[in-house]
Write a protein that binds this ligand. Structure first.
Ligand code: FAD
Ligand code: SF4
Length: 327
């Protein structure tokens, strides 16, 4: 690891001004430290935000929940309100990483963790995300875990977060403080950008921006499901995951929200899939139509071709379970 300066931020403004000046924020460090050890990320200065007052989970006036950026994945998964009202989030968190990692990993850091594409971590290989303009070895190489939706000729890397997929289905909003002191809110769906021609640009965040919290709207009564398909039963990233909230009324789907992990270059939500299900009586035909819409633009790159039929099967299985459970 290269030498770097280390500073503990005493206040959000301290963190944002140091980050604006080129410092890299560190929270749990479970992703950043790995990347620094491999020299994939080589910050000259690291800004530790762990002493900031961002550790609380509080109720909002709108009946929702505000989750501080430093709330750990373990604490969030175990929170009584999350387990009762936002069960899909608790389930997704517990499906991610390991107990030790979840004890360190934070809400802000989880959202901004980098892709797990093997070429991104190997500095001997070309990678447009790590070194813009060098090429994308994954397109004709080892791409089993990589994306089939939202890809570009320049990058096909998936976003690896389980937590973000669940937050996407819950319509989460990210609170951000900028280096000039202004605060803004970004819909989680708008936080991430597709790789297009600049896969090194992953979010709409600007230098100096600090994620301070994630806000969830008031809970929607529904059956919550998080189904994660992976190569082994635990401690593995998703090949395909589906987060769902669904409620039935008089034999028809009265509410449905769906988001997907492992498929897209960002946590994936497609409202047209939900519209195809809304108000329908559940049937294999209706579920197939929803899967057709989800996968209409899906493109495999060889080793990850299997994700397309796997996504169909997983979505249909989730819809079957949710519609049978919530009668
Ligand atoms: C072996 C292993 C297995 C894993 N398996 C899974 C899995 O199955 N599912 C899953 O979802 N994740 C998995 N993870 C990833 C893990 O969840 C992330 O590493 C973790 O959530 C990152 O959080 P952190 O607080 O440690 O972030 P850090 O490593 O501290 O930071 C990550 C990035 O976010 C930035 N950052 C952090 N906080 C803020 C903030 N508040 N504002 C602005 N920028 C910020 C940092 O600058 C850095 O770029 C795994 C990790 C490992 C090592
Ligand atoms: S898929 Fe993206 S991260 Fe992976 S090698 Fe290609 S450019 Fe790099």
């Amino acid at each position: 690891m290269r030498q770097f300066e280390y500073a503990r931020a005493a206040a959000p403004a301290d963190a944002t001004s140091r980050a604006r000046a080129g410092g890299t924020i560190i929270a749990g460090g479970t992703n950043l430290l790995d990347l620094m050890k491999l020299e994939v990320m080589t910050p000259d200065a690291v800004v530790d935000i762990n002493r900031l007052d961002l550790h609380a989970i509080t109720a909002t006036d709108a009946g929702g929940l505000r989750i501080g950026a430093l709330v750990t994945n373990s604490d969030l998964a175990a929170d009584a309100t999350v387990r009762r009202d936002y069960e899909v989030l608790s389930r997704a968190l517990l499906a991610g990483a390991s107990g030790q990692l979840r004890n360190k990993a934070t809400t802000g850091g989880n959202l901004l963790q980098r892709t797990r594409c093997g070429y991104f971590y190997d500095t001997a290989m070309p990678c447009n995300k790590r070194a813009p303009g060098t090429g994308c070895q994954a397109q004709g190489g080892f791409n089993r875990i990589l994306a089939v939706l939202g890809t570009s000729p320049h990058c096909i890397a998936t976003h690896p977060s389980d937590m973000a997929v669940a937050m996407m289905v819950l319509d989460a909003v990210v609170e951000v403080e900028a280096a000039d002191g202004t605060q803004r809110q970004i819909d989680l769906d708008d936080l991430y950008v597709l790789p297009a021609e600049t896969p090194d640009v992953e979010t709409v965040l600007q230098p100096g921006d600090l994620i301070t919290a994630v806000v969830l709207p008031a809970p929607v009564p529904a059956t919550h499901i998080y189904r994660k398909v992976r190569d082994r039963a635990s401690y593995a990233f998703a090949l395909v995951s589906v987060a769902a909230t669904l409620r039935m009324d008089a034999g028809k789907i009265a509410h449905v929200a769906l988001a997907f992990g492992g498929l897209g270059t960002k946590p994936w939500r497609n409202r047209a899939v939900e519209e195809a299900l809304q108000g329908q009586a559940p049937s294999e035909e209706v579920f197939d139509r929803a899967a057709d819409i989800l996968l209409a633009d899906a493109k495999g790159y060889g080793s990850n071709d299997f994700k397309i039929p796997l996504a169909r099967r997983t979505l249909k299985a989730v819809l079957r379970t949710a519609t049978e459970t919530d009668q």
